[in-house]
Design a protein around this ligand. Sequence first.
Ligand code: B12
Length: 460
Amino acid sequence: MLISPNTEKLPDPVAPLGLAYLASALQAKGHEVQCLDLCFVENWEEATAKAILDFSPALMGLSLRNVDNVSYPNTISYLPFYKRVMERLRELSPAPIFLGGSGFTLIPEALLQYLGADGGIVGEGEEAFPEMLEGLDQPSGRVEDFPARKVFPGPETIRDLDSLPPPDWSRWDLQNYFRQGGMGNLQSKRGGPFSCIYCTYPLIVGREIRLRSPYKVVQDAEDLVLRGIDHAFIVDNIFNFPEHHAREVCRALAAGKISLRWSCYVHPSYFSPTLAAEMRGAGCTAVEFGTDSGSPRVLARLGKNFTPKDLRQATGWARDAGLEVCHSLSLGAPGETEETLRETFTLMEDLSPTAVIAMAGLRIFPGTGLARLAEAEGMISPGHDFLQPTFYIAPAVRDRVVALAQEEAKSHPHWIFPGMGINVSTRLQAKLRRMGVKGPLWEHMKVRRAGIAPKKEPYA
Ligand code: B12
């Protein structure tokens, strides 16, 4: 039984793509698979009891997508809820429980211990999980023989993504995710080759980029459309690297006349007017830049391989092609001062994107350059408990960054500041989705920016 305990509704409920892949991979190996999703159930304890009594699983896989909401100062940790779910599962079934998922992969040993699970798999699950289960299928294989509390090493990343069966959405309430979250999800590659000091992606999916054939992406897109999902997010860390693959995917989507609108993360350095136009032609409506800062000095400290000039150019090209643009900021990064914050605010004025998503502070994860820096600067000690959300905030702005970000967000109707609940809330989210708004909700900021929206103050 595969279980998704992710009940986060902000910025949107997100369908469990990883578990949809895992369900297919397990079935392809002959396993009987049942899925339990706690996202929309009214009473999770009852739903869990019912699912377990009905199916009586031999083994359970609990997916930990998020550790916390990485937002400061209003930080939400999901771990206490996961712990309650574990306790409930233990009450209901003697079957062993294995952990996996991006959140688990970031802090595996500590999570295994905190949750008291039987084991876990770091990284991609489609090959590693069935392989591990194979041991149990041997005549001599007994659950009791399994090494207790073991974290199975990160798999060699899966070489040939095209060999994986497509995600099995039939077991998940994708329609509900679409109704309440406005998007399906789609993947065109895996891998995180960039070197930003805070970035967790190389730890989760490896540095090496592995591409899916464009026709496979089109098949998945068609599957979504057949299920009534006509808006999706392409979940790749960066959609436009390598650029040639992005263009091939766009051409394949356009050639297949797939009536899917979509959005994605893009990198300013690998963007071009041609790519922007091809993306628009293939159904893309909006792009998000992981901008972080408008200060060349801070960008360099973060290990970003682009400059404000690249951002200006790419923003212009995207806008010329008719794409909505969002810039995400990480305020308080290493080297930040009030002066560099002002540089960022000025750049945002100049670029005038559809929306700005501002985060104050950077959540520190083990194994990253940021963790090493935070330790060197005495912000955390060796042996730090990374289950506790800890944020890097540059000493020069530690006391001011939240107030400055809040001020900027309040004076700009298109700014979203999740850490202070500005222009983002479950109430607003649910209202807009009930109205039938699809795609990322930040796109909706264009209405506010145009002054059409009735309220001028930030949404409650
Ligand atoms: C795309 C994305 C988004 C999009 C999603 C859009 C959409 N409609 O899908 C948006 C922008 C909405 C988003 C929002 C958030 N996100 Co996000 N997101 C991602 C991203 C880039 C890709 C996720 C993805 O789809 N991966 C593809 C699937 C196929 O992989 P997977 O889920 O990891 O599953 C594989 C393995 O993990 C494993 N596996 C999974 N489950 C299990 C279970 C078992 C038993 C086993 C054995 C294996 C296993 O096998 C799977 C197949 O290989 C990741 C970073 C990353 N590279 O992982 C962050 C990431 C998952 N997000 C993260 C966070 C924090 C959030 C937010 C809380 C941020 C916020 N405050 O808004 C929200 C939460 C939203 C929600 N409702 O849960 C964190 C989670 C870790 C953490 N720090 O806590 C990540 C890892 C980024 C980071 N900062 O480190 N996100």
